[in-house]
Design a protein around this ligand. Structure first.
Ligand SMILES: [Zn+2]
Length: 102
């Protein structure tokens, strides 16, 4: 879970560096980050055993923003006790940063 949150932050850092190299625009999908050496690989969520981020990634222009999450229900145990469904958390967006529980 901690690892998943730090994956989310690492992806965001790479996206911000990409944007600063590209007139403030984020890329359309995460694979652009690995092609341009902003990330070596798209990280894997340890709980899911796979990349849960790429499929959920969305970028937006005017205002420039991006969102993604750990897509699925891989952290249900860590989120027990919170109100709301544990699916698709943690989340990250340029506007809100890390949103780490429901
Ligand atoms: Zn995860």
């Amino acid at each position: 879970m901690t690892a998943c949150k730090s994956n989310c932050k690492n992806i965001a850092t790479a996206l911000e560096i990409y944007a600063s190299d590209n007139k403030g625009r984020y890329c359309r999908n995460l694979s652009v980050l690995t092609q341009g050496n902003y990330l070596k690989t798209i990280p894997t969520c340890a709980s899911a055993g796979k990349d849960t981020y790429s499929d959920t990634f969305q970028m937006q222009v005017n205002p420039d923003n991006f969102t993604y999450c750990c897509g699925g229900n891989y952290h249900a145990k860590a989120y027990s006790g919170f109100n709301g469904k544990p699916d698709n958390f943690p989340q990250y967006s340029a506007g809100q940063g890390l949103v780490d529980h429901p």
